[in-house]
Structures are given as C-alpha cells and as structure tokens.
Design a protein around this ligand. Structure first.
Ligand SMILES: Nc1ncnc2c1ncn2[C@@H]1O[C@H](COP(=O)(O)OP(=O)(O)OP(=O)(O)O)[C@@H](O)[C@H]1O
Ligand SMILES: [Mg+2]
Length: 282
C-alpha cells in the first residue's frame, strides 16, 4: 500500500525545476518570483554550480516543488480519498470541502496532488487579509502582484480561465476569514466552468460555515451552496496501523497493542519516534 519517495539530491533541482515550469506553464522568472529566490540562485542551478546552493535553500526549493524529501507516503484510505476528491474536482470543476482532524494527513495528501500539472496550492492563515490572500494566490500562479484588489482578482481569473482544467487547492481552509471567503466566492463564480477547487480543513471549517450561514452572515449560505461535495476523513484503521508499524520494523502480532489506539497519523508517527528515542525502538 505504500510508495517510497527516494531521497532527493541537490543535483536533481535543475531537472525538477525545468519539469515544474513546463508542467505549470510558467517561465523561470515566474518560478523565481514564486520561490522568492534570486536570478543568481537560479543561474547557479542552471549552470550546475550546486556548491553555491545551501542545504536550507535546496530544501526550501524541494518543498516548493512539492517533493517529499525522503518521506514515505502510505496510500491509506484517507490519502486515497483526498486524491480522488482532487481528481473529481478537477474533472467536473467541482468545489469540494474536505474535513479531517489535525494530523490526519490533509496537507500531506494535498501536497502530493499538487505535483500534478495545472494544480495550485495555497495555504491560508488566520491573519490572512484580502490583499495578502490575493498576493499568495498570484505568487502561487507565478504572477506579479500589483494593482487594486479588483485588478488582482481579474488577473487570477484570467490566468485560470486561460488553462484547460486548473485545480486550486486551499489548505487550512478553517482559517478562511469572511472577507477571504467572499473573494474566493467571486473567483469561483468567474472560473466555475474551467476550474475545480478543493478546500481542506479541520471539522470546524464546515461547522463554522454552517453556523454562519444559519445566522444569515453575509455570503455564507451562498458559499455553502456552491460546495458540491463534502468528504470527511476517518483517520487510520487497524489494518493501516498494522501495515505502517510493520513497515517501520515492528511486529503486528506482538507490538500492535501499544499502537492500536492511534487514529491520527501524526500521533502514530510521534509514538514511533518516542519509542525509538526513549526505548531504543525496535
Ligand atoms: N499518507 C501519509 N503517508 C505518510 N505520512 C503521512 C501521511 N499522512 C500524514 N502523514 C504524516 O503525518 C503527519 C501529519 O500529517 P499532515 O500534516 O498532512 O496532517 P494535517 O491533516 O494537515 O494536520 P493539520 O490539520 O494539523 O494541518 C505528518 O508528519 C505527515 O508526514
Ligand atoms: Mg495541515
């Protein structure tokens, strides 16, 4: 049930960046803007001068390229459900909401899908005001961020509508402020025949939207109505925990008892880490 992502090495950056720019249909200048790196850094990579690229810089670029550095991805039901939701959203131009407890693997699964062509991922923060949101959006699209709010929305809409089948992934969607939601609504309306949107957040993402819709807060009921589908993540089941601990070198016959209660990936990961540090592990 797993795929192994091999460790990346700095020398792979050149081809990864080339493929990324080709896939996303952006120029090297767009990429530099998006990555927040200088032209000189990109030239060093282009010219094969990897000695000039620090480990920190390389890891930052790998992260932007959505490469899981040395991470093993387990294709759990939740992981597969997110991949499926992303595919459906892209194919049918749906707006899909995904909810799951902290540590269930929403970011991991979205990041994995974001490696596909024409997929753009934005991570919201609680302090993200409208301008900041649009700038983050434009940066992800590799576009320059200048002009009024209206100009920025228009630029995003034009960019998306120029693509055949774009997909926007919004992580940490529970942190969406009402103003950001209104902007997203406008963008959705103007791109709905061309683009899907997948939003992932904690269960309160959905309940807050519902509560505000019931209270007749501006825009909430309208936004909720436009969500075609909600997908709830369940957490790990017993079979998945067994497969993961076996992969980590434990025995499902003798060691399962201490791991059986961990439904959230992050908790299981932490338990294994602690066991390795404190007890010398397996
Ligand atoms: N399918 C998976 N394969 C391997 N590791 C995973 C998988 N899903 C999650 N993890 C690991 O579990 C941890 C938590 O995952 P992640 O950050 O994606 O959860 P999340 O749902 O986004 O949590 P939060 O709501 O707090 O942002 C991470 O360290 C990640 O590496
Ligand atoms: Mg997350």
């Amino acid at each position: 049930m797993k795929i192994k992502d091999k460790m990346k090495d700095k020398t792979e950056l050149k081809s990864l960046i080339n493929d990324y720019c080709k896939d996303k249909g952006i120029s090297k200048a767009d990429f530099a803007r998006r990555a927040g790196v200088s032209g000189a850094t990109l030239s060093s990579i282009e010219g094969g001068r990897f000695d000039l690229i620090s480990e920190t810089m390389a890891n930052r670029l790998f992260a932007l390229l959505n490469e899981a550095v040395g991470q093993t991805i387990y294709k759990t039901r939740d992981f597969n459900a997110v991949q499926k939701a992303c595919e459906v959203a892209r194919q049918h131009h749906f707006m899909i909401g995904i909810t799951g407890d902290t540590g269930t693997g929403k970011t991991t699964a979205l990041t994995h899908f974001a490696r596909n062509r024409g997929v753009y991922k934005i991570t919201l923060t609680k302090s993200m005001h409208q301008r900041f949101f649009l700038d983050a959006f434009l940066k992800e699209l590799g576009q320059e961020c200048y002009g009024s709010l209206g100009d920025k929305v228009a630029k995003i809409v034009d960019f998306i509508n120029a693509k055949a089948n774009a997909l926007i992934l919004i992580d940490e969607a529970g942190k969406m402020t009402p103003n950001v939601m209104l902007l997203l609504h406008d963008i959705r309306e103007a791109t709905r025949f061309n683009c899907g949107i997948v939003m992932a957040g904690m269960p309160y993402f959905r309940t807050n939207l519902e509560r505000n819709a019931k209270r007749q807060q501006v825009g909430f009921a309208e936004f909720m109505r436009r969500v075609n589908l909600w997908q709830e993540l369940d957490g790990l089941n017993r079979t998945e925990i067994e497969a993961i601990i076996e992969d980590k070198g434990y025995s499902k016959e003798t060691d399962m008892q201490q791991f059986a209660g961990f439904r959230r990936f992050a908790d299981l990961e932490n338990k294994i880490l602690l066991d390795n540090i404190l007890n010398g592990g397996i």
